[in-house]
Design a protein around this ligand. Structure first.
Ligand SMILES: Cc1ncc(COP(=O)(O)O)c(C=O)c1O
Length: 352
């Protein structure tokens, strides 16, 4: 034998793989199309020049967690930061998942949840939402009671529908289980209610956020969690030493200093989202999820190879058309006005 078999749970896993293709219009991974402002790079350069990179970074990322907490009126002991919210979700499963525990997720939902469950050997219960993708209080309560999870991942706005979960559903999940309820708010800056308002009311609630979308820093890898102190204490048991490097901490602090400038584009993208909804509504044969509060839209058509046809026209979107509950669905990230127009033109041509 000249290879070691991978762990059984991983045998059929496909590595996360939204294609990274060099095409003119890339609307498949929900990044913002706008570069961070020049002032961000100028101030970051100054901070980086002052770093003692021969030393390990601040293991606690204390300054960053302090500044993040300040935005929400929370002390740093209730804030956690790591390399993207994906790492935080993984750390949460390392701390509260594993064999003998159960993760509850909803479908459709973020495609990484099942992968993270497998990687951490966490059994997963999947509850299907209805065809529209809504989570109401009844579905939430039933899911909590039936599945009795130890941890829940709920993306709100949902990826890929963009629909936000009502806060009442979050309360039901909390009330009817013993689980840590993690609300994944990767897109919340683009709209929708935030569960942060429930943090003091619900002792087993945590809210996960990212700098990858509204903060324009997907290339950075920085996410954070707002939670109760016991959660942060537990995450310290599973994180690698010095997990968050000094450059990332410096960049996060710089972005927070320039918060208004860095996030100013959100308004533009929300306007473009609404324009896209309206345009998609006008195209015959397209059904669009109109309630998206995120920076993307889900839509479906009856054209089986639409993803490939759009790609042939230089427009890359995300293909969900063969996923359960998402028959014929594609997801398009809101881009610049020009990118959105190119997408719309290509779509109209493909459907003719
Ligand atoms: C719902 C959701 N959560 C988390 C993430 C991960 O974001 P990051 O690891 O870049 O912070 C994404 C990324 O697309 C997402 O869609």
């Amino acid at each position: 034998m000249d290879r070691v078999p991978v762990r059984d749970e991983l045998a059929d896993v496909e590595p996360y793989g939204a294609p990274q293709l060099d095409v003119p219009v890339r609307l498949n991974t929900n990044e913002t199309p706008f570069r961070p402002p020049d002032a961000f790079f100028e101030q970051l350069a100054k901070r980086v020049a002052a770093l003692d990179l021969q030393r390990y970074p601040d293991r606690r990322a204390w300054a960053l967690r302090t500044e993040l907490g300040r935005r929400f009126g929370l002390p740093p002991g209730r804030v956690w930061a790591a390399n993207g919210s994906n790492e935080i979700l993984q750390q949460l499963l390392q701390a509260y998942g594993g064999s003998g525990r159960r993760l509850l997720v909803f479908r459709p939902g973020y495609s990484m949840y099942p992968l993270l469950a497998k990687a951490t050997a966490t059994p997963m219960a999947v509850v299907d939402l209805d065809r529209g993708g809504y989570l109401d209080e009844t579905v939430a309560r039933r899911a909590a009671e039936t599945e009795q999870p130890d941890i829940v991942f709920l993306d709100s706005p949902n990826n890929p529908t963009g629909i936000t979960a009502p806060l009442g559903a979050v309360r039901q999940l909390h009330e009817h289980s013993r689980a840590l309820v993690v609300v994944d708010e990767a897109y919340v800056e683009f709209g929708g209610d935030s569960a942060v308002a429930l943090l003091d009311e619900l002792p087993r609630l945590a809210v996960c956020r990212t700098f990858s979308k509204a903060w324009r820093l997907a290339g950075l890898r920085l996410g954070y969690l707002l939670a109760h102190e016991w959660v942060v204490d537990d995450l310290r048991k599973v994180r690698l030493p010095y997990h968050l490097d000094a450059l990332t901490q410096a960049a996060g602090l710089t972005a927070l200093e320039l918060a208004d400038d860095v996030t100013a584009h959100v308004e533009v993208l929300v306007g473009e989202r609404e324009r896209l909804v309206e345009a998609l509504r006008q195209i015959g044969g397209v059904e669009v999820w109109e309630e998206s509060r995120a920076n993307f839209l889900l839509f479906s058509t009856a054209v089986p190879d639409l993803f490939d046809r759009l790609l042939a026209k230089g427009v890359l979107v995300r293909d969900f058309s063969r996923e359960p509950l998402l028959d014929g669905c594609l997801r398009v990230t809101v881009g610049t006005r020009g990118e959105n127009d190119t997408f719309l033109t290509a779509l109209r041509e493909c459907l003719q």
